[in-house]
Design a protein around this ligand. Structure first.
Ligand SMILES: N[C@@H](CCC(=O)N[C@@H](CS)C(=O)NCC(=O)O)C(=O)O
Length: 226
């Protein structure tokens, strides 16, 4: 491999940044992690906004250049170490399937769950409007869950037989679906099984352990969290 890039990663525990955090550990190259505490609105600090005007995590600084958006970071990291086969090459149609999954996670599932967790992002200050936004979010999520179940089919991983960046993303969105703020979610036994397989990976247990030191978050009870 050519000279390894210097990687600085900005994250918050159990946020969407968990997906690239997992892949950074899977990749195995050195990187520096930087907690951006969303509870303290550190993402809106002058210093962070100078780095990332979007005021969001994740962000990955590659040498001197910032890359944002979970899907873009996952793609970059997967391509960084092709021998790990974390994302198929452009000669393989499955690469586009990986993008299909990742884009569905970022543009639909994440957005629906955000509308439940933080309806004011869409509804503003009006409580009754926000109640409608959240209720619609639950309905939208239910439809998306059914799509995920159908598309997973009998596959071991999102792309078939090989773990990929798409699975890391599906893992995080699955964790969010287990949050008590979501009143109901349809049966998602295939997604559940996939998330549990992701959880069994040593890199994933390592990252979750690291993140839980910053902010304790719960995992599904039936997972063996030894
Ligand atoms: N489209 C972006 C969304 C990033 C995003 O919304 N990140 C959340 C955490 S999951 C965040 O930083 N929120 C802070 C805020 O909106 O104030 C991506 O996929 O990376």
């Amino acid at each position: 491999m050519a000279t390894e890039p210097t990687l600085n990663f900005f994250y918050f525990p159990r946020a969407c940044s968990l997906a690239p955090h997992i892949i950074l550990e899977e990749v195995g190259l050195p990187y520096q992690r930087h907690l951006v505490d969303l509870r303290k609105e550190e993402n809106l600090s002058e210093k962070y906004l100078k780095l990332n005007p979007k005021g969001a995590i994740p962000a990955l600084v590659v040498n001197e250049t910032i890359l944002t958006e979970t899907q873009a970071i996952l793609t970059y990291l997967g391509d960084l170490v092709p021998e790990k086969q974390l994302i198929p090459s452009s000669r393989d149609f499955l690469r586009y399937r990986a993008h299909e999954w990742m884009n569905f996670m970022s543009s639909s599932v994440h957005v629906y769950i955000r509308s439940i967790f933080r309806p004011s992002v869409y509804g503003g200050d009006d409580e009754s409007v926000n109640a409608h936004v959240a209720a619609q979010g639950v309905k939208n999520l239910a439809k998306a869950v059914k799509v995920v179940e159908k598309r997973l089919g009998d596959n071991t991983w999102a792309l078939g037989d090989q773990f990929s960046v798409a699975d890391a993303y599906l893992f995080v969105m699955y964790l969010w679906t287990t949050d008590s703020r979501i009143p109901s979610v349809p049966d998602r036994s295939r997604w559940d099984a996939l998330a549990e397989r992701v959880w069994q990976r040593p890199a994933v247990k390592r990252v979750v352990g690291i993140e839980q030191q910053d902010r304790d978050y719960s995992l599904p009870n039936h997972w063996n969290s030894e």
